[in-house]
Write a protein that binds this ligand. Structure first.
Ligand code: RIB
Ligand code: CA
Length: 320
């Protein structure tokens, strides 16, 4: 049995790369894929999860449709401007058939996967954290079956990407993010913009991936909208595969460099909403005021890029 993994996702251009990386690794046993609102509406993120699984010829993986809105406040705007209105850069039709998978309820799929796994499960959370918060609120007994939650989200010492302080996944449901990152004690590895914005890939990298097979060609073919956004946002013709970096850490522990970081999440409705408030004081209260997560603030960025290219190239011709 490989590393047991659950992916909770809002596909999403970079989510598609992340799902491909996990599903193409023979050393990883993807127990389930659950969907959440975020980049686009839950109907579309769920259809896109089916499209990616179909493209990868992995319609055997259980799929669960999760939350279509945040825990407390109405859903803020989507990221359709970044990922396209279809969530896959306007190229959703190039992926597989959305109807190829049987879609159940996310909480049912999560509970079944966690209860059935003979060993603790890694959960890669690469969208808003609503499903994970609901899972832990409704089945706290299952927390011990989770090895760790690897979360793509937050901006610790850099600017946010939706407000000066907020990163999209946390901003989409700050109350859920606080529950998982602050109030729960399930181990968390946080992969924030601090690192993912340093692990960008350029068009040469994308072109090298594209020629490795039909699946990579479809993946990289969804770049245009995403690349257009990041040319403006970052000022360079490169794209951050945020979620793929997080899933790389989930399947290859140690791919990034982490440091324990006690933190708080701002759930106010003011300008600081969804900010990550890291406690970097040398002298801190004991007992600690906040629990610590393992924050991935550094990595050998070239090694990460190379690992992503190598692993995604393995997707090859899974579609035959
Ligand atoms: O801020 C980046 C995150 O928001 C990624 O998960 C991306 O897919 C979007 O959901
Ligand atoms: Ca995502």
């Amino acid at each position: 049995m490989g590393i047991p993994l659950i992916v909770d996702t809002d596909p999403g251009v970079d989510d598609a790369y992340a799902l491909t990386l996990a599903l193409s690794d023979p050393a990883v046993d993807v127990l389930a894929v659950t969907t959440v609102f975020g980049n686009v509406d839950i109907d579309i993120t769920t259809a896109n999860a089916g499209r990616v699984l179909s493209l990868l010829d992995r319609v055997d993986v259980p799929v669960g449709r999760g939350a279509g809105r945040p825990l407390v406040h109405p859903a803020p705007e989507s990221a359709a401007a970044v990922h396209g209105t279809d969530g896959l850069g306007g190229r959703a039709d190039d992926f597989g058939e959305p109807g190829a998978v049987v879609v159940r309820r996310a909480l049912d799929v999560l509970v079944e996967a966690l209860e059935a796994s003979p060993e603790p499960v890694t959960v890669a959370a690469i969208g808003p954290l609503t499903n994970i918060a609901l899972l832990l609120a409704t089945r706290p007994d299952l927390a011990e079956r989770i090895r760790r939650v690897v979360i793509m989200g937050g901006a610790v010492s850099v600017s946010g990407n939706v407000t000066p302080v907020a990163e999209f996944n946390l901003w989409s449901d700050p109350e859920a993010a606080r529950r998982v990152l602050v109030e729960e004690d399930v181990p968390v590895t946080l992969v924030p913009l601090d690192l993912t914005h340093r692990c960008t890939v350029d068009e040469g990298w994308l072109d090298r991936l594209a020629v490795t097979g039909p699946i990579a060609r479809v993946l990289t073919g969804s770049r245009d909208t995403y690349l257009h956004h990041y040319r403006q946002a970052l000022g360079v013709s490169e794209i951050p595969l945020h979620d793929a970096v997080a899933v790389l850490e989930a399947v290859a522990p140690g791919a990034v460099t982490t440091t324990p970081l006690p933190l708080e999440i701002d759930t106010s409705t003011g300008p600081g909403r969804a900010a990550v408030l890291a406690d970097r004081r040398r002298l801190r209260p004991n007992p600690p005021q906040h629990r610590a997560v393992d924050a991935a603030l550094d990595a050998d960025v070239d090694a990460v890029r190379a690992a992503l290219l190598d692993r995604l190239s393995r997707a090859g011709t899974a579609r035959g």
